[in-house]
Design a protein around this ligand. Sequence first.
Ligand SMILES: NC(=O)c1ccc[n+]([C@@H]2O[C@H](COP(=O)([O-])OP(=O)(O)OC[C@H]3O[C@@H](n4cnc5c(N)ncnc54)[C@H](O)[C@@H]3O)[C@@H](O)[C@H]2O)c1
Length: 259
Amino acid sequence: MDLELRGRRVIVTGGASNIGRAIVLGFAAEGARVMIADIDEPQARAVAAEGGGEVLVHRTDVTDWTSVQAMAAAATAQLGGVDVLVNGAGWTIDRLFLDKPRHEWEREIAIDLWGFINCTRAVLEGMVAQGSGRVVSIGSDAGRVGEWREAVYSGAKAGVIATSKAIAREVGRHGVTLNVVCPGFVPGLPETSGAESIWAGEQGAQFTPAVLERVARAYPLRRVGRPEDVVPAVLFLCSARAAYITGQTLSVSGGYTML
Ligand SMILES: NC(=O)c1ccc[n+]([C@@H]2O[C@H](COP(=O)([O-])OP(=O)(O)OC[C@H]3O[C@@H](n4cnc5c(N)ncnc54)[C@H](O)[C@@H]3O)[C@@H](O)[C@H]2O)c1
């Protein structure tokens, strides 16, 4: 099946690390023209260098509306417009609700929910005007079922899911689709995770091999996810082949949730 992604103009937020990186490389392999919009510019440049095809970098803070508007303007100037937005930037740290300081909740809402709202808003008008567009956001199974030690993150990701559906109803008539792909647990590796990555600090350190083995037992397919597992679903939903699919939420999580 030809996904017809060759030459498509794609922005991937959070494309410097782990899942986002794999998505960038997946688009590049399909011949798409990609812009990584990430706060970690050096790591984004490292990914661009391994991308093979046309992979540009625009340092972007998805929580900052001015920065996001500059991202959209850069994509218009350098790519000639935007056909696809992948909202991949995200952040969390696992802690019980009662133990978690407010600034961590605020960071989760700022990056996971406001980041999605800002970036979607910034490119949507152009997509409506051109009569086509794809927005695929990386949600989380946490946003579908509510995850232990991930209360506010779960809420933010549930917000991404519901807001995507609502916007999908508004812009479907203009040929623009919005869908959400929900990974399960996809631990980052040091060599593919940037300094701003969820996996760089305390969060990564708590997932020792013994813990990962225990987590894997909760998955019907008996392993945790790899970044590459998420890529085919994202590419498909961003493609011409998915023109009649909108407002949907797809878990790519080894059967962790079955909704
Ligand atoms: N890895 C998992 O287990 C998992 C599970 C479910 C959902 N997700 C979601 O998938 C997405 C990617 O996860 P990951 O494991 O690759 O994360 P990651 O932390 O490895 O990568 C996230 C990227 O976002 C960038 N970023 C952080 N703050 C930013 C900001 N303000 N502006 C722009 N970029 C910013 C980081 O620099 C990094 O490159 C996230 O949305 C995450 O919530 C991940």
